[in-house]
Design a protein around this ligand. Structure first.
Ligand code: IPE
Ligand code: IPE
Ligand code: MG
Length: 588
């Protein structure tokens, strides 16, 4: 099915054999996917593991290992344009990308992070650990999802299941780390967050001394327990095509068996990788094989598309690793498409006060921080909707200077969530430029660094600009602007008697932010709570009753549609009753 090219056939064979040898469980899972998709899965698996092995090879120094990973990525980057590679794993991967039109640019970040891993990692808390794990696992899984999409079996994941999906991957990562504990410790690595280690005093020292102790046993029991909770996500496969659903369910079963093996290993865990008994995995896999065979017989997947359509036509080249051809945002699960808005009526800048997270949580009997977490899913959907409708600027009020009045537990949870979302960066392969706006001085430095980093890494993007307001207060912004003007006047470069609105606007911390056309607040409150008083001075106001976590992109579309019927006058006289409304002022 790969064609007659012997080099390519042997490249795929090598990927297959490597998967089977190094990770029999993964190999068994790939056997559950249709024959046509297996070579692509082997190639993806082998590529991910090749760069991990390069980063782990302790015969070289950390710097050399990182350099090898970078060289491998650079070579792949070049070869994606030439269409082949002298290295068998990359040859198979380049072929897979070309054949299935996979856009590998989503992997770039995950792969370059492996070069950073070569220098060792330390995690203060679970959220940092999670962001790291998700950052390097999710993009590979996304490639597999794309592969299924291209094969005509979309792995539909409803947006509200995204969190269970990511939790599941956390569980997978934790099971892997526990399984590889002996190998990692032998190399001086301990890929667990200090937050978890500190729960069992003494465990870290005992582990690094390869000493089995009650503290280590307690830690392992706690972690396997967490892992079991994370991989148990029954809602994940609900409503999914039975093929991928069977694969995911079998994956969960194998992970649970693996965690049991970790638990049962006792002191041996520090000496070797535990493995579940062959009989146990055989018992799990037999029914999965039968279910998968049935599922795929109902939806046959055709052979992979041919690579070269005709000798005189150019070869099909995969997408490059960098310079991403941005993806379109995933559609709303309802299938609804954005309304068509005449360009002259489209607002340039929509600013949103995302209110009601706390009440949403209360209504569901959950702690407030769960409301904020659910709110993050709504943000993702609204950003997708803003891209779909072609909005240029979306500004989101995430944390106000007044929100410090809340319980530190809540403010901590909100800032944590901002960290997580900024690290995980769900908009990586969309044309979204991220910026942030607010006071840096009393925010945790690591969060400021992350927000700045994300701003730098997306600064060349030209699609939608999403500005997240963190520790933002309108009066604070005005006071800082006044201070900037005063400094300028004191230096003699500005005459205080001539200061006008334009001078003020030019001294704002974000002088290039356009005026707000539409200010939308959810959560059934009708006030603007210190949000963008300068920029929103002439904004159209839109208040809706829903709590923010209940909102999705369709609410944004409705808000914009309603805006198109507003008559903006900016102080001018309105049309006489029989005259048609004038178009709103263009731009801002
Ligand atoms: C908005 O939701 C989010 C932030 C202010 C960070 P709230 O947390 O204000 O939710 P309610 O208003 O208490 O329901
Ligand atoms: C406004 O919401 C701030 C954010 C959405 C970040 P609040 O919930 O803090 O506003 P008030 O206090 O009800 O006005
Ligand atoms: Mg509120």
């Amino acid at each position: 099915m790969i064609g007659d090219d012997p080099a390519l056939r042997s490249a795929y064979r090598l990927c297959r054999d490597r998967t089977r040898r190094q990770d029999p469980a993964e190999y068994a899972l790939i056997q559950l996917v249709p024959v046509a998709l297996r070579p692509a899965c082997w190639a993806l698996w082998a590529a991910a593991n090749t760069i991990d092995d390069l980063a782990d090879d302790r015969t070289a120094s950390a710097g050399e290992r990182a350099a090898r990973v970078r060289r491998w990525i650079d070579a792949l980057e070049r070869e994606l344009t030439t269409g082949t590679s002298p290295d068998p794993v990359r040859r198979a991967l380049v072929d897979t990308a070309a054949r299935w039109r996979l856009d590998l640019s989503g992997l770039h970040h995950a792969m370059t992070e492996v070069a950073v891993d070569a220098h060792g990692r330390r995690f203060a808390d679970w959220s940092g650990w999670r962001a790291w794990g998700r950052g390097n696992l999710l993009p590979w899984f996304e490639q597999v999802r794309d592969l299924f999409d291209r094969a005509g079996v979309p792995v539909a994941l409803r947006l509200d299941r995204q969190e269970s999906y990511e939790r599941f991957l956390d569980g997978m990562r934790l099971a892997d780390i526990l399984t590889d504990l002996s190998a990692d410790l032998a190399q001086g690595d301990l890929l667990l967050p200090a937050e978890a280690l500190d729960r069992c005093p003494g465990a870290e020292e005992d582990l690094t001394a390869l000493r089995w102790s009650p503290a280590v046993a307690g830690l392992v029991a706690h972690l396997t327990d967490l892992g079991r909770q994370w991989v148990t996500q029954p809602s994940l496969t609900r409503g999914m095509h039975p093929g991928p659903a069977t694969v995911l369910a079998a994956m969960a079963d194998l992970l649970l068996a693996q965690l049991d093996a970790v638990d049962a290993a006792g002191p041996a865990l520090l000496r070797a990788r535990p493995r579940p008994a062959l009989l146990t995995t055989a018992r799990l896999l037999a029914p999965a094989r039968a279910r998968a065979a049935l599922a795929w017989s109902l939806t046959p997947v055709p052979a992979p598309p041919a690579r070269r359509p005709a000798p005189h036509l150019p070869a099909v080249h995969p997408r490059p690793l960098r310079r991403p051809a941005f993806r379109s945002p995933p559609p709303h699960p309802s299938g609804e498409r954005p309304p068509r808005i005449p360009v002259e009526r489209m607002p340039t800048h929509v600013a949103v006060i995302m209110d009601g997270n706390g009440r949403w949580a209360q209504r569901h009997g959950l702690p407030r921080h769960e409301g904020h977490r659910a709110g993050a899913a709504a943000v993702r959907d609204v950003v997708h909707g803003a891209l779909e409708i072609g909005l240029r600027h979306l500004t989101l009020y995430a944390f106000s200077t007044e929100n410090w009045k809340r319980d530190p537990e809540e403010t901590g949870a909100i800032l944590d969530l901002l960290r997580q979302e900024t690290r995980a960066y769900p908009f990586e392969d969309l044309d979204v430029r991220m910026r942030w706006h607010g006071r840096a001085d009393n925010l945790p430095q690591d969060l400021v660094d992350l927000l700045d980093m994300r701003e730098r890494s997306t600064r060349d993007r030209t699609g939608l600009t999403v500005t997240t307001c963190v520790n933002y207060g309108g009066r604070d912004e005005i006071a800082r602007t006044a201070a900037a003007l005063a400094r300028r006047a004191r230096s003699g470069r500005l005459d205080p008697d001539l200061i006008g609105e334009q001078d003020f606007a030019e001294h704002l911390p974000r002088p290039d932010m356009p005026d707000v056309d539409l200010l939308w607040r959810t959560g059934n409150e009708q006030r603007t709570s210190n949000f963008l008083p300068w920029q929103a001075a002439y904004a159209e106001l839109h208040f809706t009753p829903d709590h923010w976590p209940d909102v999705d992109r369709r609410d944004l579309w409705r808000a914009i549609t309603e805006y198109t019927h507003r008559q903006r006058r900016h102080g001018a006289a309105g049309p006489a009753p029989h005259e048609p409304a004038t178009a709103p002022r263009e731009g801002a």
